[in-house]
Design a protein around this ligand. Structure first.
Ligand SMILES: Nc1ncnc2c1ncn2[C@@H]1O[C@H](COP(=O)(O)OP(=O)(O)OP(=O)(O)O)[C@@H](O)[C@H]1O
Length: 261
């Protein structure tokens, strides 16, 4: 027990937000966020609708850059690199920090081409390498056995749960360090949700994961660390076990008890 606490404490920090503010025009959506994302851990972002979870998630790979009239202050680091620096190449950044959305969004091409897409645009054209990548990524998401006989089928012919696993396989093909997931199971049935949660738990052996979820049971089941957001602020952050069993703030307690949100 002492040993595991000790290890926890020394987990390497992969990403870090320092005094992060984020504005949509005049509206301040994130207020002084300070958070460390630990290596090979699953960090859950929870909180009521509109509290800034998705905004924060998107700052981690600069997806908010697309939003006109938005701006941020403060810093975010990926290892030692300050990714909030405008000089950072966002294409490179998004190779290191991949993203999975609420609605599975496979490209309207074959299963094979969805996964080969990333390596191809990064210059890998050799068939043997692409074949191997497609197979290993599909195996990693436990989809290989279901699709191996028809890799040329359109990705859109898969079920919702299979599409979400395919999208994760597509992210794995570009060998990210961090995978951001924005409510990845909210459009899935219970069985597919269950499979995806098992997958997320397996993935943390190799990747660092940040997941936004509205589902308290899901946060409790899969995450190691939990950050509770409210009105653009982090009210409480800590090990998932302590947040759920012994929340320090009244608001956290009320939220996890389902009293609001
Ligand atoms: N593109 C945008 N332009 C203006 N305001 C925005 C934009 N996106 C989000 N907001 C506002 O910023 C606040 C935070 O939104 P955000 O989507 O980050 O919250 P959230 O916690 O992820 O919510 P949900 O759980 O409903 O997805 C909300 O008040 C929202 O209305």
């Amino acid at each position: 027990m002492v040993l595991s606490l000790h290890q926890q404490h020394h987990k390497e920090t992969v990403m870090k937000a320092e005094n992060l503010q984020f504005y949509y025009g005049e509206f301040q959506a994130l207020k002084n966020i300070n958070l460390e994302i630990k290596k090979n851990q699953i960090t859950a972002l929870i909180g009521p609708s509109g509290c800034g979870k998705s905004t924060f998630l998107r700052t981690l790979n600069r997806m908010n850059d697309f939003i006109p009239e938005s701006r941020s202050e403060g810093k975010i680091y990926l290892h030692d690199l300050e990714i909030t620096n405008p000089a950072v190449d966002v294409v490179d950044l998004r190779k290191k920090v991949g993203m999975v959305f609420q609605q599975a969004n496979p490209f309207p091409v074959s299963i094979y081409d969805n996964i080969a897409y990333g390596p191809r645009i990064h210059g890998r054209k050799d068939k043997q390498f692409l074949d191997q990548t497609v197979e290993s990524c599909l195996r990693s998401v436990a989809l290989w056995d279901e699709v191996k006989d028809d890799l040329r089928a359109p990705a859109t012919s898969l079920s919702g749960g299979q599409q979400q696993r395919l999208v994760i396989a597509r992210v794995l093909a570009i060998q990210p360090d961090v995978i951001l997931m924005d409510e990845p199971t909210s459009a899935l049935d219970p069985l597919s949700t269950n499979k995806l949660e098992s997958l997320i738990l397996r993935l943390k052996e190799k990747y660092t994961i940040v997941i936004v979820t509205h589902n308290m049971q899901q946060a409790a089941r899969v995450s190691d660390q939990t950050a509770f957001f409210l009105n653009g602020e982090i009210v409480e952050y800590g090990s998932t076990q302590s947040i759920f069993s012994n929340p320090q703030h009244e608001k956290t307690k009320q939220y996890i008890m389902g009293e609001f949100g």
